[in-house]
Design a protein around this ligand. Structure first.
Ligand code: HEM
Length: 495
């Protein structure tokens, strides 16, 4: 046999051996994990995803295998946890066992286990989280001073919308600018004019990355990161945007450094630089440049696209349900009127509006799978032994639509948050920001921004759709890491 005949034979033999080893590895790994569909070597449970819809497929699988089951992304097992009771158990009751961040390969390539949101090093996370929460509070998160910033930004947004002169347009870009400016102010101490090139370009990098990661490209990359690194496709674009975003943050950190006053921090970056200075003699400190740049970018990312997508989705839902829009308008007129600036305190007199804002977040399930976690040690869970560092998805979608918790789980219906007297009613299964010790850092900011931006818009404008409400499609365009709405056109008619 000559060499050219031997090569294909050797290759076939190598593939068979590899498949065998991987099957063995899969079986070995899944010794006593929760049940689930049988994975294929290399492919894992790829074939169990029907019509490319990961979330729906997972919910279907939970009907067969129970609330907790195992699903393979390529050769990595993920424990899928569904339903309010099980998710609460994982995030809250046994939170410490599931506190580490899970793999998000598209981000991990850049963050390399640094930064507050994506590190799985618990000690690092603890230090950075404590610092981040107290610094965000110092710069006004959840307080009056932040409320004033958001009110000013909302006024700028209203002025911008007035300039559109009732024309029909997709509100995506317009509604991304205010939350982006709020994060700019907190992190770098300044806002940008709405026509500013820098604001527009940074927004577009964040938006494109979030969109591609939520599309089929993101899913395939997460399953086969090793191979996909070398394959062409839209996932390659996210690498370019992430690189640009990292460089941008590094540039902004350098700018802060040049004008830093150690006694007078102006923003998050300044506060971090001061902490670095204080800890410079500590060789084990977590306050170094890498954690500064990655944490800043992660907070930036988390705080822009989430709020703007929620606001654009809210307006789409209000166009679809004009009777609900009319009730919100009525409540705004009764409680605030048309002349006074809305304030956060008004929420307490506006149960219907408050219910609508909650219902939007519940219904759109912005991050349907949550953000993955990992076990922090070998644990026994429901009779299964789950090794340390196993990935876990708490499927938030299954909590937000849990029929045992909400009377109208699959409808957009504010009654999900109203009692029989029309008063706002809290619900423990309302977990769009997850729950427990690693709950979204921006919780207080989300509450303020959504209320003030939406109420300011609706105080000033009637919403008009370019097509009849029946023709508006409220299902997401892509559903994966995030749920992103389909494009639509809206006109803002001054009231
Ligand atoms: C509607 C808007 C938002 C939604 C739906 C949302 C949702 C989430 C979710 C589900 C997590 C994962 C928590 C977990 O590990 O289980 C998270 C984490 C995080 N969010 Fe948000 N978020 C929003 C807005 C924001 C804002 C405005 C900020 C900016 C301050 C922010 C900053 C973060 C950070 C830094 C983390 C990581 C927390 C950690 O790992 O300790 N988020 N968010």
């Amino acid at each position: 046999m000559n060499i050219s005949e031997a090569v294909p034979l050797l290759l076939t033999f190598a593939v068979i051996c590899l498949s065998f080893i991987m099957s063995f590895e899969l079986l070995w790994k899944s010794r006593n994990l929760p049940p689930g569909p049988t994975p294929l070597p290399l492919l894992g449970n790829l074939l169990q995803i029907s019509n490319g819809d990961l979330v729906k497929s997972l919910l279907k699988l939970s009907e067969k295998y129970g609330e907790v089951f195992t699903f393979y992304f390529g050769s990595r097992p993920y424990i899928m946890v569904t339903g309010y009771k099980s998710v609460k158990e994982v995030l809250v009751d046994r939170g410490d066992d599931f506190l580490a961040r899970g793999d998000v390969p598209a981000f991990d390539v850049y963050y390399k286990n640094f930064g507050v949101a994506f590190t799985n090093n618990i000690e690092r996370w603890r230090e950075l989280r404590r610092f981040t929460l107290s610094t965000l509070r110092d710069f006004g998160m959840g307080k009056k001073s932040m409320e004033e910033h958001i009110q000013e930004e909302a006024q700028c947004l209203v002025a911008e919308l007035k300039k559109t002169k009732e024309s029909f347009f997709d509100p995506k870009v317009c509604l991304c600018k205010p939350p982006c400016n709020i994060i700019f102010t907190i992190m770098f101490g300044n806002r940008h004019d709405y026509m500013d090139e820098e604001l527009l370009i940074v927004m577009s990098w964040i938006h494109e990355t979030f969109f591609i990661m939520s599309s089929i490209w993101g899913k395939i990359y997460d399953m086969f990161p090793g191979i996909m690194n070398f394959m062409p496709g839209r996932h390659q674009e996210t690498f370019r945007y992430m690189k640009k975003l990292m460089l941008y943050v590094e540039k902004r950190v350098e700018m802060n450094k040049k004008t830093l006053d150690l006694n007078n921090p102006r923003d998050y970056v300044d506060a971090f630089l001061i902490k670095m200075e204080k800890e410079k003699m500590n060789p084990k400190t977590e306050f170094h440049l890498t954690n500064l740049v990655t944490s800043t970018l992660q907070i930036f990312f988390a705080g822009v696209e989430t709020i703007s997508t929620t606001i654009t989705y809210s307006l789409l839902l209000l166009l679809k349900y004009p009777d609900i829009l009319a009730k919100v308008h009525k409540e705004i007129d009764q409680v605030i009127g048309r002349d006074r600036t809305p304030k956060v305190q008004d929420r307490h007199q506006m149960p219907f509006t408050e219910a609508v804002i909650h219902e939007v977040q519940r219904f759109i399930e912005l991050l349907p799978l949550g953000v993955p976690r990992k076990t922090t040690r070998d644990i026994m869970y429901r009779g299964y032994s789950i090794p340390k560092h196993t990935n876990v998805f708490t499927v938030l979608s299954s909590v937000l639509k849990d029929p045992t918790c909400f009377p109208y789980p699959n409808e957009f219906n504010p009654k999900n948050f109203l009692d029989k007297n029309g008063e706002f009613q809290k619900n423990d299964a309302f977990m769009p920001l997850a729950s427990g010790k690693r709950i979204c850092v921006g919780e207080a900011l989300v509450r303020m921004e959504l209320f003030l931006f939406l109420v300011n818009i609706l105080q000033n404008f009637n919403l008009k759709s370019a097509v009849p409400p029946e023709e508006l499609d409220i299902t997401p365009e892509v559903s994966g890491f995030g749920n992103i709405r389909k494009p639509y056109k809206i006109s803002f008619v001054p009231r």
